[in-house]
Write a protein that binds this ligand. Structure first.
Ligand SMILES: Cc1ncc(COP(=O)(O)O)c(C=O)c1O
Length: 370
């Protein structure tokens, strides 16, 4: 398989564990093992205590799949497949796509959402938002893009990297258009439940369209990326089965400790996610103040969900060399938009971590020096 390097992940590989300060992480503050275990009910605590480090069921632990199905309306445990989130994208595209197929994908995007399709010989059409209109993804434009035969539409809301979330009506309109075109839908919902305004959580794709596959996991909204655990939920049994069959060539089955820890997390999702949302909201107040104090440097469309947003860098320099200087001189890692193959005019802020206000202070200090 020939595939382009994943620019964003390579950038993280270079800086994440060497830079002193991180200002662009997309995950929320990670829980400790002790914090998570404290939330275990009697059943889960016993499963953890007596856990044998054996192979696990390929589709996922039955209790975990049951807990996952409880997040959705009308989804049964059998409608879920436990995967590593990134693996889920890989399996789905390999299960569904053939050379010559066309996909339409929200863009800028987490690279695997289109790159895997491209590596399989598919034609990739991008659907871009309007920055002047708050990074709005216009359903009418999707309608126009779907005039040509399309095998798969890929959407990602809350959107990485802009933090855009459509209204429920707009999302349902998008799904209706996909359904009308006959395409499958991959709805990457990795930042779901982390909507910043009350009552703006969208229905999951799998709840509103038979041929939709919803990707979710514990890395972002739950702050548990180290578990490497997510899932795909769908009413399309055939696609899930094909994915399960390909999984024998990737991970075979999930990690036994991660599955039990994930069970505890999913059963306690309200408490865990509420704490992450309140931290994100707190951090956004600091970001608001920071942007207000640096209007000559940045303009920002306010995010509506997730833990990231994309600011335009107004300073004369391109964002790539700006970020390179920043990490070299101040030890602060900020992701430039080139890592999303989206020009050199933007930077991504990640506001899910506890250290965010402190790192912003260091950033402000750096800006006052240059
Ligand atoms: C939109 C999106 N989808 C999928 C993933 C992959 O998630 P994971 O790192 O948990 O495999 C990410 C990670 O950043 C993401 O931002």
């Amino acid at each position: 398989m020939k595939i382009e390097p994943f620019s964003l992940e390579r950038y993280f590989a270079k800086h994440e564990f060497s830079a002193r300060y991180l200002l662009s992480c997309s995950d929320c503050e990670a829980l400790t093992l002790a914090e998570l275990l404290e939330m275990a009910d009697e059943e889960a605590a016993a499963l953890w205590q007596n856990l044998k480090l054996a192979y696990t069921e390929s589709s996922g632990h039955p209790l975990l799949r049951e807990a996952i199905s409880g997040i959705y309306d009308g989804i049964r445990p059998d409608d879920t497949l436990v995967v590593v989130p990134e693996e889920g994208i890989f399996l789905l595209m390999n299960a569904l796509l053939s050379p010559g197929d066309r996909i339409v994908c929200t863009y800028p995007a987490y690279q695997s959402l289109y790159e895997i399709a491209r590596s399989l010989g598919c034609e990739v059409t991008t659907w871009e938002p309007n920055e002047e209109n708050g990074w709005h993804f216009d359903p009418e434009q999707l309608g126009r893009l779907l005039k040509k035969p399309t095998k798969l539409v890929v959407v990602n809301f809350p959107h990485n990297p802009t933090g855009f979330v459509p209204t429920k009506d707009e999302y349902l309109e998008m799904v209706r258009l996909v359904e009308k075109s006959g395409a499958y839908l991959l709805s990457d919902e990795m930042y779901r439940l982390l909507e910043l305004e009350p009552n703006t959580t969208l229905p999951a794709g799998c709840e509103v369209y038979e041929r939709a596959m919803s990707l979710f996991g514990l890395s972002k909204s739950f702050g548990l990326p180290g578990l490497r655990l997510g899932w795909v939920a769908s009413h399309d049994a055939e696609v899930l089965e094909q994915m399960a069959s390909l999984k024998d060539y990737t991970t075979i089955c999930g990690s036994a400790p991660s599955e039990i820890l994930a069970l505890i997390a999913v059963r306690n999702r309200k408490k865990i996610v509420a704490a992450q949302i309140s931290r994100a909201r707190r951090n956004l107040k600091h970001l608001e103040q920071f942007i207000g104090n640096h209007e000559d440097y940045f303009s920002l469309n306010w995010p509506r969900g997730g833990s990231i947003c994309l600011a335009r860098l107004l300073a004369a320099q391109d964002s790539m060399s700006f970020c390179e200087d920043l990490v070299e001189q101040a030890g602060i890692m900020l992701v430039p938009s080139r890592m999303f193959h989206f020009g050199d005019s933007h930077v991504r802020f990640g506001f899910g971590r506890e250290s965010f206000p402190t790192v912003l202070d260091h950033f402000a200090e750096y800006l006052s020096r240059i």
